[in-house]
Design a protein around this ligand. Structure first.
Ligand code: PMP
Length: 361
């Protein structure tokens, strides 16, 4: 068996030790004679797995006690609608800062329920930057301010947590959660689909400052109510047990590897290598994002023309580098360098880039 370096944006590469452990445990969970995903979510066995995953994630991210941690199905997009339903009154103003594709999605999901104000938007300049905070037009009395911490398609990331003048800050961390240390106490809500840095697709992690759960929000069914999910430890209905279990294995792996400080260091090394390869290519490879806003997780870059891009993708694939084709919305190449991508995977990419340039430059 040969495992390739997988640069997919999500679903994405998982740590090999996690896959091996899941494989070893799949048929028989600790002598039970059945797998952990064949038994009730209310069994003592699964509750132990679920609680350990939450405790490990809290340790890994340093989640403060006054924040609840939920494991929910529905992905990140569902959370984008639930934020508006749970935390804003009907028609109340909410502020969105749009720095790429996913910020626009967040607005689309919230718009039926609330009065969306765009506090800042970089679309007219091609989503290449984080708009300076001084230019944001925040609404007095807004229910929250929403940002996309890392734009997975456009490769634009906040270097620092913005100060939003005391309003609750809500952030989509789908593609950058656990990638480096973060002060969670500065956020009202952090949400992330698991399928990039945390595990397989099918579960979303939502971290909510508990006082926000007291907000009445909008009329909604119980199943769309974060308070109900929090009160039932994310087991209001049958949770995605397989995904929760696998994410829990990823948390243990990250802790054993040295936690988010260590991944912050590795990720900085990986991105430094790839951006250096782009910037040192005399224009053969180009990345359009302003230096200060360059993502440390997803690096989109471009070659001269479509033909060359297709050849780059095909040849890299043949050379054991999977998933480098850019998102169709922007084209080109995209290298996603999540926590499970080792530094030598980034080195393999950089080596391939140099070789490809030499043959085609
Ligand atoms: N936000 C971001 C930043 C994303 O990258 C994605 C998925 N790529 C989403 C939201 C949507 O996530 P999901 O497909 O889990 O709904």
């Amino acid at each position: 068996m040969t495992r390739v370096y997988n640069f997919s944006a999500g679903p994405a590469t998982l740590p090999e030790p996690v896959l091996l452990q899941a494989q070893a445990e799949l048929l028989d969970w600790k002598g039970l004679g059945a797998s952990i995903v064949e038994i009730s979510h209310r069994s003592a066995e699964f509750i132990e797995v679920a609680a350990a995953a939450e405790a490990d994630l809290r340790t890994l991210l340093g989640v403060p006690h006054d924040h609840a941690v939920l494991f929910l199905s529905g992905g990140a997009t569902t959370q984008q609608a639930l934020l508006a339903l749970n935390f804003a009154a009907p028609g109340q103003a909410v502020d969105y800062v749009v720095t790429g594709h996913w910020g626009k999605t967040a607005i689309r999901q919230a718009a039926p329920y609330v009065d969306v104000h765009v506090a800042a938007d970089t679309e007219s300049t091609g989503f290449r930057s984080i708009p300076p905070r001084a230019g944001w037009k925040l609404s007095p009395g807004a229910a929250y301010v929403h940002i996309t911490a890392n734009e997975t398609i456009h490769g634009v990331e906040y270097a620092e947590t913005p100060d939003v003048a005391g309003l609750p800050l809500f952030a989509d961390f789908s593609s950058s959660i656990a990638a480096r240390p973060l002060d969670i106490s500065k956020y009202g809500v952090i949400y992330a689909g698991a399928q990039k840095n945390l595990g397989p697709v099918g579960v979303a992690v939502v971290i909510i400052r508990r006082d926000l759960l007291e907000r009445s929000g909008q009329p909604r069914a119980d199943i769309f109510d974060y308070r109900s999910h929090a009160a039932r430890d994310s087991m209001l209905n049958t949770p995605p047990t397989w995904n929760w279990y696998l994410a829990g294995l990823v948390f243990k792996w990250m802790l054993a590897e040295g936690g988010v400080e260590e991944f912050g260091r590795r990720n900085a090394t990986k991105t430094r290598m790839v951006y250096a390869a782009i910037d040192g290519s005399d224009g053969f490879y180009r990345n359009h994002v302003e230096l200060a806003a360059r993502s440390r997780m997803n690096i989109p870059f471009f070659l001269k023309d479509e033909d060359m891009t297709a050849r780059f993708v095909a040849e890299s694939r043949a050379g054991g580098l999977l998933g480098l084709k850019g998102h169709k919305a922007v084209g080109g190449i995209r290298a996603s360098l999540y926590n499970a991508m080792p530094v030598h995977g980034a080195q393999a990419l950089v080596d391939f880039m140099a070789d490809f340039q030499q043959r085609n430059g």
